[in-house]
Structure formats: C-alpha cells, structure tokens
Design a protein around this ligand. Structure first.
Ligand SMILES: [Zn+2]
Ligand SMILES: [Zn+2]
Length: 419
C-alpha cells in the first residue's frame, strides 16, 4: 500500500495557496481596471482637454436613453469610449507588468478584460455592433438605483440628474469614496419635525450641500432663519409649511415636487404608561410616519421618480437598543419594522436613520451634538448607505444589521406583494 508522503501534502497545499493568490490577483486586476475607467470618466468632466470628447457621450442620449442619432453615438464611441478603453488597457498592462515581477501573472486578466471593452467600443464606433452596454439600454426605468454595482437607474442619474456625481460604471466604490453616490445639490428636500434640534441641524447641513429645504412643522410659531446656517455666507430661502397630525393628506399636492422626504418627527413620553400615552406614542411615531410614507410613495408616478425620489425615516437606535423609555422603543420598533416591510417592494429608495442619543429638547443628556449627527447623516447618505447608523454605541453596528437582515428575511418569506 502506498503511503501519502508529507512532501506530497505540502506540495498540494502550496499549490492551493498559489492558485488562491492568483485568483485574488485576477479579481483585484478587474477591480483596478474599473477604477481606472472611473478615473478617466472623472477626468472627462474636470480636465479641459478631455471635456469636449466626453461631452459627446452625454449628447448621444435622450432621457429615455434612446440614441439622439446614430452619427453622434458612433462619434461618442470613437472619441470617448475608445480612448477610455485604450487608457484602461495600457494602465492595466503597466500594473500587470509590476504584478508579474512579484510572480502574480494573473494580474494580466485585468488587461484582457479591458481589451474586451476596447474591441466592443471600436465595433460600436464602426457601426458593426448596434447593442449598447446594459447601463445605456433604452426604455423606462424599472429597478431602484443599486448600491454596490451600477445598474441602469444608477447611471441614468449621471446623465439626467447630476453630471457631477454618479461617475462609476460597474462598481460604486469610487463614488462611495468621493461621496458622489448621491447628489443633494438642487434637490427639493422636505423634512418633518423641522423645528426640533435634529430638524434644524439637518436643514442647515443639507442646505449647505445645495439642497432646497422645505420645513414641515406642526408648531405654527416656529421660526426658521437660515441666515444662521453654519458656514454659509448668503442668506438662503426656506419654505415653511404647517401640518397637523392626521391631516397629512392635505399636503399631497406639495409632495409631488419633493425629491426627498425626511420623516423625522417624534414624541417621547418617557416613563408614562397610561392609555393616552400609548395611543399618542403610536400615533406620532408609527402611524403618522406610515401615512406620510404612503402619501409620498403615491407621488412616484414617472420613470425618473424611481431614480430621484427617496424617503429617509428616522427610526432611531431604539430599534435595537433600550432607550430607557418603553413606549418610545415600542413605537419606534414598530415603524422600523414597517419600513423594513415596505422596502421589500417600494417604488423608490427608502433609507433608515439609526441615530444614537444626541443633545436635544427631548434628551438634554445626549452625548453627540445634533449638528455632528446631521453632518454624519449627509456624509453617509452621499456615500450611498441605505441604513445610516450614527451612534457612539458599538453594539448598534453589530445588532442592527443582524436584526434588519433577519426581519427582512422573515418578511420576505411570510408576506406577498399584492398584484
Ligand atoms: Zn453614460
Ligand atoms: Zn459623464
């Protein structure tokens, strides 16, 4: 009987190691090729010599991504896509050369991958290949903008929402790093609970980033002065609208032209547990928020709304952690679950804001300042996060994603979309 020698096992192990290393090198080389493409694209927007050529790409499509004319499309391929692919191939080749020096021959994979795009761009520029790539397919938008990879709706925003954002072509990594995975510039953003500390801090922070803010408040005497927006020199306009609990639908028409609705109002009855406090907590923190959501989702009626409309719901860290206020926790958890349920087939993006304790009238002992939390919300939203966690409690970062995943899975299995 033959005995398997130790040398034999070691040889197999080192082979597996080597192939594992080469596989990783091949994956990394593709990622690098994509990053190179995104860098070339950004240069096309900001570096003068490339601008006229990249403009051709933007001129080639109508809002439904149909081609303006075959002539412009072929020119765009020849003067934008072909040089872009040549840049990808040559820079990937240089990087593969360095990798080869370290024994990572599989880095050449990125170069071959880029070569594929060069061949296709050349074929399109000559009219030999008529089909566009998947992100430029003609027709109405169907899917929500994706988070980690670029789908058609994601890229549509680069063409028709804001050209200074959404630069990525395949993976969203570069946009996430640059904070260009969501553009707030020029967006009409309405926020409830506007007169509270978080409402005011978000109004200041988002208008600093170019959004046009609409304050929705239930306190008729609230005064908003954006002149005191930190760091802003010119006075900005802010529209103030009063609303009443239970009469959300009166604002249906105004919501049509709102891009992002932030649901931030809430009540904290603290230690109370009488019947009235129960109804009040659920009415304000759960049902009113759910009604606003329904109302806003009804305004998603056009193809472009799928790409540009969003709801952000401040469900708070109470979703997974004690808030030392039972009714606050219960009503916040209920709306948190409702958002998770509605997200399964919502016609537009819904983000959750999972916030830890910040200083406010509701919570004078909060540790973080409202303006820091607002800054962090905007920072993470622009990086494409769907669940925006801002807290000093490390447990939330572990517990919340597990809870969200498990609830979402449970809802997926035991609930059905109505046809
Ligand atoms: Zn494009
Ligand atoms: Zn562009």
């Amino acid at each position: 009987m033959q005995v398997i020698s130790r040398e034999y096992i070691e040889a197999i192990a080192s082979n597996i190691n080597a192939y594992g290393g080469q596989t990783l090198a091949a994956i990394a080389s593709v990622l690098i090729a994509e990053i190179l493409r995104d860098c070339y694209h950004i240069a096309g927007h900001y570096w003068k010599p490339l601008q006229p050529w990249h403009n051709l790409h933007h001129k080639a499509y109508r809002a439904d991504l149909s081609k303006v004319s075959m002539e412009i499309y072929r020119q765009a391929e020849l003067f934008n896509d072909v040089p872009e692919a040549i840049f990808m191939v040559s820079a990937s080749a240089a990087i593969a050369g360095i990798g080869y020096g370290y024994g990572l021959w599989a880095m050449a994979f990125g170069c071959i991958y880029a070569l594929g795009f060069l061949i296709m761009a050349l074929a399109r520029s000559q009219g030999w290949l008529l089909a566009t790539d998947i992100t430029h397919k003609e027709g109405a938008l169907v899917q929500l903008p994706s988070q980690w990879t670029v789908n058609r709706t994601y890229h549509w925003r680069h063409h028709f929402d804001r050209g200074e954002a959404y630069f990525c072509s395949t993976f969203t990594l570069v946009d996430q790093i640059l904070g260009t995975a969501l553009s707030l510039k020029g967006k009409n953003i309405a926020i409830t609970g506007a007169s509270g500390s978080m409402g005011r801090a978000l109004i200041a922070q988002l208008s600093k980033r170019g959004a046009k803010m609409i304050a929705l408040t239930s306190s008729p005497n609230a005064v908003f002065n954006l002149g005191d927006t930190e760091g802003s020199t010119k006075k900005k306009e802010i529209e103030v609208i009063c609303w009443q609990m239970g009469k959300e639908s009166e604002l249906r028409d105004r919501l049509q032209k709102v891009d992002i609705l932030i649901l931030n109002h809430g009540v904290n009855v603290r230690a109370a547990r009488d019947s009235q406090s129960i109804y009040q907590s659920y009415e304000v923190n759960t049902f009113s928020v759910a009604r606003w959501m329904d109302l806003f989702l009804e305004t998603v009626t056009e193809s472009k709304h799928i790409a540009t409309k969003e709801i952000w719901v401040n469900t708070s860290e109470a979703e997974v952690n004690p808030a030392l206020s039972p009714l606050y926790e219960m009503s916040k958890r209920a709306i948190g679950d409702l958002v998770t349920l509605r997200r399964l087939d919502a016609p537009c993006t819904i983000r959750k804001l999972i916030l830890g304790p910040f200083k406010s009238e509701l919570n004078p002992y909060g540790i973080m300042s409202a303006s820091f939390v607002a800054w962090a919300i905007a920072f993470l939203a622009q990086r494409g996060f769907r669940n925006i966690i801002v807290t000093i409690n490390p447990l939330t970062f572990i517990l919340y994603p597990i809870k969200e995943f498990m609830r979402s899975l449970y809802f997926r299995i035991f609930s059905r979309r109505q046809n």
